[in-house]
Design a protein around this ligand. Structure first.
Ligand SMILES: C[S@@+](CC[C@H](N)C(=O)[O-])C[C@H]1O[C@@H](n2cnc3c(N)ncnc32)[C@H](O)[C@@H]1O
Length: 270
């Protein structure tokens, strides 16, 4: 490996060492495009010069990590997908729990950004269960590699943009408004946030539903394959996997899951 490629690898290793973000399994094209944005912002043309910028100005790492871990999200993102979750996935799950007299419900929002997705799940569960929520022990695990996003998620304060399209009734019921929308305690208390790297950390286990949306698009094919295997291992028999609308299961993974709704990318473990 020579010149530019070598500098690129050195830069990735430095990001891992300084910020603990391991991008070496991300698609090179995506990474290069995003790093180029930061290089242009700092008026440098080579990875070597950009590393000098990072050395002189360590706060540039914050900008770089932001650029690399694109963390846009919104409440009930992809209405159709949340429709299938609320009308099919969760009702089926709840009735199967009741049938087998099981009380524990475990959901995982993997790559949760600033918390919009796990809080949306919590609202769906509250709406479906009503007072019966007391009959269950519910944990919604919400993980991300980016500590900054997790801090925002724990704060649970959002502007109108994150809540665009959410009905007035839901806004009034589950948020308080004081210049910003704050998620109410009854929703917050269902969600547990923690840092987790989907590539290098062990998966969470004994799960009923995993949502991992708009995350694996940045991963190499090989990492996607390994991640889907981890999800399959982490799910209870008959558990559900929801991926992003622009994402697809790898061919090996498609043999581990059956589609519930192909358009909305909702699958069930075989
Ligand atoms: C576009 S957001 C998706 C948020 C939400 N799932 C949604 O669909 O609205 C992608 C998130 O994946 C996270 N991410 C990227 N690489 C990751 C990794 N290796 N492990 C865990 N999270 C990762 C980013 O930090 C970012 O918050």
């Amino acid at each position: 490996m020579v010149g530019e490629d070598l500098d690129f690898m050195v830069l990735l290793n430095r990001i891992l060492k300084v910020r603990g973000l391991d991008c070496r399994q991300y698609r090179d094209k995506c990474l290069k495009r995003r790093i180029a944005v930061r290089m242009r912002a700092n008026n440098v043309a080579t990875y070597r010069d950009y590393m000098l910028v990072l050395k002189k100005n360590p706060s540039e790492y914050d900008e770089l990590v932001d650029a690399l871990t694109i963390n846009v999200s919104s409440f009930f993102r992809d209405r159709g997908t949340f429709g299938v979750i609320q009308d099919t996935v969760l009702p089926q799950l709840i009735s199967s729990k009741q049938k087998h007299n099981k009380k524990i419900i475990r959901l995982w929002s993997a790559g949760c950004a600033s918390g919009e997705e796990p809080y949306s799940l919590a609202i769906c569960l509250r709406e479906l269960l009503g007072d019966r929520i007391e009959d269950f022990i519910i944990s919604i695990y919400a993980t991300d590699i980016d500590e900054g996003s997790l801090d925002k998620a724990r704060l649970a304060e959002y502007d109108g943009q994150a809540l665009r399209g959410v009905e007035e009734k839901r806004l009034g019921r589950y948020f308080t408004y004081n210049g910003k929308y704050t998620v109410k305690r009854e929703v917050k208390e269902l969600v547990k946030f923690k840092r987790h790297d989907l590539i290098s950390d062990e998966p969470l286990m004994h799960l009923d539903v995993i949502l991992c949306r708009n995350v694996v698009i940045y991963f190499s094919r090989d990492s996607q394959e390994k991640l889907f295997q981890k999800f399959c291992d982490g799910l209870n028999p008959g558990g559900y996997l929801v991926i992003g609308k622009t994402e697809t299961l790898t061919s090996r993974a498609s043999r581990m899951f059956r589609p519930i709704d192909l358009k909305e990318r909702v699958y069930q473990k075989l």
